[in-house]
Design a protein around this ligand. Structure first.
Ligand SMILES: Cc1cc2nc3c(=O)[nH]c(=O)nc-3n(C[C@H](O)[C@H](O)[C@H](O)COP(=O)(O)OP(=O)(O)OC[C@H]3O[C@@H](n4cnc5c(N)ncnc54)[C@H](O)[C@@H]3O)c2cc1C
Ligand code: FES
Ligand code: FES
Length: 477
């Protein structure tokens, strides 16, 4: 049984936990304001709000309902465009209308829900943040300038928000209908999220990969829902290791204060990963186990020497392996039947550990990489140590560049080193041509990202030596 509040109404349903929330909303509940567009998380037409109780307060975030398994709604408040209707247009609806931000209207409910999610969140009321909140929404007829102006209007209005009572303030300003204020109490009365049914054969976390790839399978088979498993939801520091539970989302990582103190540019790096609603759903466990050769989180954490703990929920004991050893071949994992990834952990970075992440994709936002790469290293008296270089999109698996890392250890980080390392790199990778680029292009990107790590991490060593000229010369040979 999945129990949740949909707009103002409590729902108790026996519908399949692995079926999509969008289908439940539109087909079962006939709430057709939420649109069905791409059904792949790309267009944002199906965006809804998901509210959950955390430490007695309710937190709302945007999600794409097409990829959200219905079972993940258990114990939550799901809000569709119909659920924010007041007597008059809400400020988000009005800002879109007043700024000419809608034409055919197909995308509009999605944009309004993303702007409403922004108004509900406790983040700086900056226009740039309001625009970022809409990073998962696509409009095909209006053009974005008018929608951006609407975002600016909303960020201006919510500057005065009362942070002690945000819900009350938003209700009083007509962003939300008054029933929202009773939702925390009503949610608290619903039994806790369904306990993990450890017998389910299809494992689902956020659903952002599996509901794209196997939507029929997830709605027809027994599911093992991991998203709200409390044991898998924590980020903590224990014995000098940072532990990230498998069901922590990309947003959870991006906004973690603990992780920000260890990886100062974390927010900047994670902005390049998917879009806000997909980051709100997609987990680190899902990224690891989907085993895409360009999985951003894998490339990122593998360079920090992450290990993963693996367990079978029906058996005693756990085992731990380096993340880099999980991948045996294309989508082939060192996971036995019934095993799940419990958590990832890595040594809390010391101040002298340098780290950089790079990603090239066809679009800056909401796109998977053509090639991505991360590098961590120490520099002691001008000499590289503990180098760990990873790269995605250049092999059948997310690649730990063993040979390049060994090559770099003990060298000075100058232009010559980059060029020599590139020769090792080109031997170590084996990209193929696909829709994200030809193999020649990916080889070029691999070299560029290697050089980018050095220019970011060791600018004083790469300033001299005419790096760009030398790279251009290198291309001619
Ligand atoms: C529009 C869009 C944009 C995207 N952009 C990016 C991007 O920029 N970069 C990127 O790296 N990815 C991207 N993705 C892919 C996806 O969002 C991520 O891989 C995400 O981290 C997957 O997590 P999930 O929880 O949704 O996985 P799910 O779909 O729930 O699961 C994925 C797979 O992992 C298995 N699984 C999940 N958790 C566990 C566990 N703990 N133990 C064992 N098996 C498990 C499932 O059985 C399934 O086979 C994008 C996806 C979409 C739809
Ligand atoms: S229908 Fe396009 S993101 Fe859901
Ligand atoms: S108004 Fe038509 S797609 Fe945006």
């Amino acid at each position: 049984m999945v129990s949740f509040i949909l707009n103002e109404r409590e729902i108790n349903t026996e519908a399949a936990a692995g079926s999509s929330l969008l289908d439940f909303i539109r087909r079962h509940e006939r709430l057709v304001g939420t649109k069905s567009g791409c059904r792949e998380g790309d267009c944002g037409a199906c965006t809804v709000l998901e509210g959950r109780l955390k430490n007695g307060r309710i937190e709302y975030r945007s999600i794409v309902s097409c990829l959200s398994p219905l079972g993940n709604a258990h114990g939550k408040h799901i809000v569709t465009i119909e659920g924010i209707n007041c007597r008059e247009l809400s400020p988000a609806q009005k800002a879109i209308a007043d700024n000419g931000g809608t034409q055919c209207g197909f995308c509009t409910p999605g944009f309004v829900m993303s702007l409403t999610a922004f108004s509900l969140q406790n983040q700086p009321p900056l226009p740039a943040r309001a625009i970022e909140a809409m990073s998962g929404n696509i409009c095909r007829c209006t053009g974005y300038k008018s929608i951006e102006r609407a975002a600016e209007t909303i960020s201006e209005i919510i500057r005065d928000k009362n942070l002690d009572n945000p819900l009350g303030w938003l209700v009083s300003r007509g962003f939300l209908p008054s029933y929202f204020t009773s939702i925390p109490e009503r949610l608290a009365a619903i039994d806790p999220p369904a306990q993990t049914d450890a017998t389910g054969s299809t494992v689902i976390a956020g659903g952002t990969d599996i509901l794209v790839q196997k939507p029929d399978e997830t709605s027809e088979s027994d599911t093992l829902l991991l998203f709200d498993d409390k044991e898998l939801k924590e980020i903590r520091l224990t014995n000098d290791r940072i532990i990230i539970g498998a069901s922590v989302t990309a947003s959870g990582i991006m906004n973690s204060q603990l992780l920000k103190t260890k990886i100062p540019r974390l927010y900047e790096y994670f902005r390049l990963i998917s879009s806000e609603p997909v980051r709100n759903m997609g987990t680190i466990g899902g990224n690891i186990c989907n085993a895409s050769p360009i999985a951003d989180l894998v490339i990122f954490f593998m360079a920090l020497d992450a290990h993963i703990d693996i367990k079978d929920p029906n058996k005693e004991g756990e085992r731990s392996i380096p993340l880099k050893d999980l991948y045996r071949g294309y989508k082939e994992l060192d996971l036995h039947e019934g095993e799940i990834v419990k958590q990832l952990h890595f040594r809390a970075t010391k101040a002298d550990l340098l780290f950089n992440f790079e990603k090239v994709s066809k679009r800056r936002m909401l796109d998977i990489a053509s090639v991505n790469s991360a590098m961590s290293a120490r520099l002691t008296k001008g000499i590289l140590q503990d180098v760990r270089l990873t790269m995605g999109g250049v092999a059948p698996v997310p690649l730990f560049l063993d040979k390049c890392s060994s090559f770099l250890n003990g060298r000075r980080p100058g232009v010559e080193t980059i060029l020599e390392c590139n020769q090792v790199l080109q031997e170590e990778i084996s990209p193929i041509s696909d829709i994200r680029g030809s193999k020649e292009y990916k080889r070029l990107l691999a070299r560029q990202l290697l050089a980018a790590h050095f220019t970011v991490l060791f600018p004083e060593y790469t300033k001299s030596g005419n790096l760009i000229e030398r790279l251009l010369q290198d291309e001619k040979h």
